[in-house]
Design a protein around this ligand. Structure first.
Ligand code: FSO
Ligand code: SF4
Length: 539
């Protein structure tokens, strides 16, 4: 096993026996195999697209399979093995279809296309198979960005969106990582193209989410509990939440959000449900304590799942690309998921133990912010707001992440934090106050709603007369953890945003030479101390 895809990788270098996340070595190796199989399918499906014989079911499969390999998603060897087996079936079907249509020359196939279930064990599918450190770094950066695309495209697909250009880029990128003729420059341009597709896929997801559930509106989200038994829903999939709310209505069972599902409380469609009580607890890594004290069933709709305690695993349910041995997995039939097992179980459970009380503010996506732009623009013009600081991204377990709480607290009172993703849990309960009625923390939503932050930044800057985004009073202090955050970062780079501060550590998969390019081209800086970064970021 060798895995270095997330921020918590061992010693900042790579996990080699078992993952720091709890992923078993066996599962990591299977995930390498699965990614390798996907590269082979990608080769064939590119040809199938050109010959107009590609199937939507291949896209479905690719998105789910890539998503399943993201940090803290599917921990099951069986779950990954099933996808490998299905992958070979799909690869064979596409190959046969191409032959039937005279669209494949079997005498001229690259090595990745000659992969079969029989010869898989002869191939070196691991990350270290690429010997050149810089090429390996760029290939993996591309793959991790693609995993991020797949996750967001998968949520959008659940709501009926299929973006063929995005899906065909996934194939282009995967195949490129098998092509020894591509040099570092070629790979850098693909990495930036990945960022461009990141913007497109986040825009897609925003469009389907807001079409289905309305535009998020500023909302005080309750963080207390009430006396009914409840179901806790975590992850990013809003369609799952909708089905759960419909099925629990009138049953006497309440629903609470957890982690990245918090922003759902600000969508008009979800606010209609009286039994959506609010949000319970904090970001993903607090789940051992919080799932324990919640007392009722928990539904994980995406990452991040943490290896659960025995004490609540019988109340843990997974769905979509996420999975854990001994947790019950709910599958969709004709687009519908049956959550009756959770509802029955909830009725036998104690109500949640209250952890805190009060509210937190959410719902500051671009629609609500830009429709109040006058107020914000005035505050900037009159000097009441001097700077916006984008503090989007992920939260994580590292002690060093206290930095983000300290940084938010230390920011001067004439600054506004723009946030999205679970990073916000480091400061969203601090009561940082308001500037002329504008909250100093504007939470746009989930990590994919970083799209909203970009639209907000562009909208405000246009109103303030800036043509160059790097001239505007916005600085970036981004926290990353897993591969969706890698994609968001690539999207910001593709938009030519300079001077991003990144932490709490730099990615292990970025080689010294690749880092040099990132610094030269974009002036990316690792975070240091609150004082030092404050000075730089407020300049
Ligand atoms: Fe967080 Fe986990 Fe949304 Fe990530 S819950 S860390 S970037 O999966 O997806 O922000
Ligand atoms: Fe290690 Fe992160 Fe990979 Fe888990 S996902 S094995 S913690 S690098």
């Amino acid at each position: 096993m060798f895995c270095y895809q997330c921020q918590e990788t061992m010693n900042g270098k790579g996990c080699t026996k078992n993952g720091m996340c709890g992923k078993k070595g066996e599962v990591a190796d299977l995930q390498d195999d699965l990614i390798y199989v996907l590269k082979s399918i990608a080769f064939y499906n590119q040809k199938a697209r050109s010959a107009n014989v590609s199937e939507n079911s291949t896209d479905d499969f690719m998105l789910d399979a890539l998503f399943s390999t993201i940090t803290n998603t599917d921990f099951r060897a069986t779950g990954i093995q099933e996808r490998i087996d299905r992958g070979f079936k799909i690869q064979n079907e596409i190959r046969q279809k191409l032959l039937d249509n005279n669209a494949l020359d079997e005498n001229d196939l690259p090595e990745i296309a000659t992969l079969t279930s029989e010869n898989l064990s002869d191939r070196n599918t691991g990350i270290l198979a690429t010997e050149d450190e810089d090429i390996r770094s760029l290939r993996e950066l591309l793959i991790f960005g693609i995993k991020g695309i797949a996750a967001y495209a998968h949520h959008a697909m659940m709501l009926g969106n299929i973006n063929k250009k995005v899906n065909s880029f996934i194939e282009e990128g995967l195949v490129a990582t098998t092509d020894d003729s591509l040099n570092d420059k070629d790979l850098i341009s693909l990495v930036l193209k990945c960022g461009e597709k990141g913007f497109d896929v986040m825009a897609d997801l925003d469009r389907v989410n807001t079409t289905e559930f309305g535009n998020p509106e500023p909302t005080q989200v309750n963080i207390g509990t009430r006396g009914n038994p409840g179901i806790l829903i975590s992850g990013h999939d809003l369609k799952d939440l909708k089905q759960l709310l419909d099925q629990t209505e009138g049953t006497g069972v309440d629903v609470y959000t957890h982690g990245e599902m918090l922003p759902a409380n600000s969508y008009p469609e979800f606010k209609k449900y009286e039994h959506l009580v609010g949000n319970y607890g904090g970001s993903w890594w607090h789940q051992k304590q919080e799932f324990e004290s919640f007392n009722g069933p928990i539904l994980l709709t995406s990452n991040c799942i943490v290896p659960p305690l025995e004490s609540y695993i019988y109340r843990l349910y997974t769905t979509g690309s996420v999975g854990y041995d001994d947790a019950t997995h709910i599958i969709a039939r004709d687009g519908q998921k049956d959550f009756s097992a959770l509802i029955q179980q909830a009725k036998t459970c104690e109500p949640p133990v209250q952890l805190e009380e009060g509210t937190i503010m959410g719902g500051f996506a671009y629609n609500s912010v830009l429709s109040n732009a006058d107020k914000i623009v005035d505050a900037v013009k009159t000097g009441k707001i001097k700077k916006f600081v984008v503090m989007a991204g992920c939260d994580g377990r590292h002690k060093d992440r206290q930095y983000y709480t300290d940084f938010a607290e230390a920011l001067p009172k004439d600054t506004v934090i723009l946030t999205a993703g679970c990073a916000k849990y480091r400061y969203n309960k601090l009561n940082l106050g308001e500037i002329d009625g504008i909250p100093r923390v504007l939470d746009a939503g989930q990590c994919n709603d970083s799209f909203s932050l970009i639209v907000i930044a562009q909208g405000l800057m246009a109103r303030l007369g800036f043509t160059d985004v790097n001239e505007a009073p916005i600085s970036y202090n981004i926290a990353w953890y897993e591969q969706k955050a890698v994609l968001v970062l690539l999207t910001l780079l593709r938009l030519e945003i300079q001077n991003i501060t990144l932490g709490p550590t730099l990615p292990a998969f970025v080689s010294p030479n690749v880092l040099k390019v990132l610094v030269e081209k974009f002036n990316i800086t690792p975070n240091t101390t609150v004082e030092e970064d404050m000075e730089r970021l407020l300049k």
